[in-house]
Structures are given as C-alpha cells and as structure tokens.
Design a protein around this ligand. Sequence first.
Ligand SMILES: Cc1cc2nc3c(=O)[nH]c(=O)nc-3n(C[C@H](O)[C@H](O)[C@H](O)COP(=O)(O)O)c2cc1C
Length: 372
Amino acid sequence: MTTSQSDFLWFAQLSRDGEFIGTAAKPPRKPTLEYVSSLIETAAEAGFSSLLTATNYHSEHENYTAAIAALARTRGAGLLIAVRPGMFHPAMYAKMLATAQNLFPGRVRLNIVTGSSPAENAMYGDFEAHAQRYERTREFIQVLRQLWTGSGPQSYQSGVYHFENAVLDPAPVQPIPIYFGGASEAAQRIAAELADVYLLWGERQDMLEERLSQMRVLEEEYGRTLRYGLRTHVVVRETEAEAWQAAERLISRVDPEVRRAFVDSYAKVDGVGQLRQFQMLKEAGETLLVEPHLWAGVGMARSGVGVAIVGSPQQVADKIRGYERLGIGTFIFSGYPHLEEARRFGELVMPLLKGTQSEERVLHGTGVAPVA
Ligand SMILES: Cc1cc2nc3c(=O)[nH]c(=O)nc-3n(C[C@H](O)[C@H](O)[C@H](O)COP(=O)(O)O)c2cc1C
C-alpha cells in the first residue's frame, strides 16, 4: 500500500440525471434542490470531501447560485465552484466567493475555467480568442488573490481590469484554494504561476506523464509547487465483467442524432484539452478502450472529460494507485446516476483506498461542521 495522501471529490450534477447518457429524451431525474442536496450528503457519507459544480450554459442551473442554495441546506462535503472569468468582474467575484466561504467556512473551493468553445462563449457575449481569454484569466486570478489577501483599499490596473480602492472586508475566514484546468501552454503557465491545484482530464498514461513533466519544468521556472488533480468518470461493479456490462448499458441508448450533433461540435472547439479528448476517442476506435481499464464510452455523448475507469473495486483502486504514483493526489470522479454511483464508490472502492485521505479533506471536508 502506498503512503500517499489523496483527496477524493465527486461531481455535483446540475442537469438532469439518469442511468443512460446521450438519450433522445431528457434524463428523468430533475436537479431539484432536494436532489442536489441529497447528492452532496450521499457523497459526504461515501467519503468525498467536496463536489465539483461545473459552469456550463447548457446546464439546467447556473452553478454559483445552485451551489450557495445547496451549501445552505447541507452539511459535510464542500463544493468546488467553477467560474468563467469573462462572466464576472473579479473584484465582485472575489467578494462573492469570500461571502460564500464566510457563510460556509472551509466548504468553498474555486475552479477557474477559461472556455473551450467559441460557439458556447458567444452565447454570453464572449468573443475573445484563446490567447486573450487566458490573459483575462491570469488577471482575474491575480485580482482574486490580491483582494483575498491584501489589507486596506486595493487598486489594480493592467491590460484587462482596472479598479480603484476596493475594500474586501471581511476577508475569507479560510483560504479559498484555486483549482485550474487547461491543457494549452498558456494554461500550463498560468497554473504554474497562480493556481494551487492543476487539474487534468483523464488521458492515456503517457499523455499524463508528458503533461506532468512539462508542469514540473514550469514549477521550477516559477519557483512554486502545485498539487495535481485528475477528473474522470468511474464504472465500478463487484466483478470486472459486471463493470463492462454496466459501461455498455450506460451508452446503450445513445441517440444517433445526439451523437451526430456531438461529433459536429468537435470541429468548433478551440480548447486544447478538449481536442486531446476527441483525438483520444478517435484513436480508441470501435473498442472504445484507451488503455487497460480506461474506457472512452462516455465521450460518445458528453463533452468535457470523456473517459471512465472501468473495473472491479480492486482494479479501480489499483488504477487510482497508479495515478498516485505519477504524483496525482486529487481525484474528481463521477458516474451515472450520480447519487447511486457516489454511494457505490463509497461502499466498494473507498475501503480499498483507506489511509489515503489528505489534509485538504480535513480542512474542507466532512470533518468540519459548517455554520449553516
Ligand atoms: C477538471 C476540469 C474541469 C473543467 N470544467 C469546466 C467547466 O466546468 N466548464 C467549461 O466550460 N470548461 C471546463 N473545463 C475546461 C477548461 O477549463 C479549459 O477552459 C479548456 O480546457 C480550454 O483550455 P485549453 O485550451 O488550455 O485546454 C474543465 C477542465 C478540466 C481539466
């Protein structure tokens, strides 16, 4: 058994949930506040420290709003709230997150999202190119950090943002950790300079190794040390055969129209991480197998991360151990439906990972009784 200390997060589904993906009809379960709240509490009981709430215009709920409502109703796990810098002024967002962390101490973390799709960005008036979006992201994080840690009136003037005499009082009662995803060189540089945790979507091991070694070079250059996190889906069952059956079942009702629209969207993205996912999907071919126990089926009908770890509890735990050996210590998992699969992961896999819980979990997780 390794001695590494990992932090396990689950995914807070803010759209309809169900047993099948890519169906013509909407999945049956609505993301009511009751459902999202019970998902959070189930994940907490299963041993997850936090849940990622993604930012996505197609989701049924806007994630900050839903996150605050759910935090107020639940105890236990926190939320990793994603934000697109272009959507908020950073001085106001610094205040919004400080408020969240002060109302729900230790339960709030932030994931910075720069955007992969010009078509989606255009829906909310963001027409900036990739390089400009990242420049804005960089300044956005600088402003957050300045306002969260500075004392007295704060001013800022650079290429994108300019404000004067902003006073953030009170400051966050606990630091708000900054998570950051993005596979492009611009993303990697900004992560090395300003993030706490660099997130990767699941990829083939050689691809992960390459990116992690690039990041280590950048860590040296910026004189900083990051933590690394991996985001994938999981399909775990008592036996490997059952897990593969469950994986096949998950995509057994993918509607050809949904699939076609999805493949068409491939041509319209400019996110390097997203393009790498698509390429990997293509290379997996008919078998959808990326490498042992890493399956590309989810990518047939879902953007973002398209791979799942598939196997028996021991095989899934071994795969996680393998990632830990690469230096990854944070995991963000999901499965369909999210509530049942969080519980199943807690029952089947968590016991095999015992002894790997991290300090982050103690600070931000089930060990802390929230005020609300
Ligand atoms: C773990 C993880 C979570 C992400 N969450 C979101 C999200 O919620 N919404 C979104 O639009 N993009 C999301 N992304 C996409 C990235 O934030 C980034 O914008 C995108 O990959 C484009 O950057 P790139 O060209 O550097 O890869 C996520 C990426 C990762 C690795």
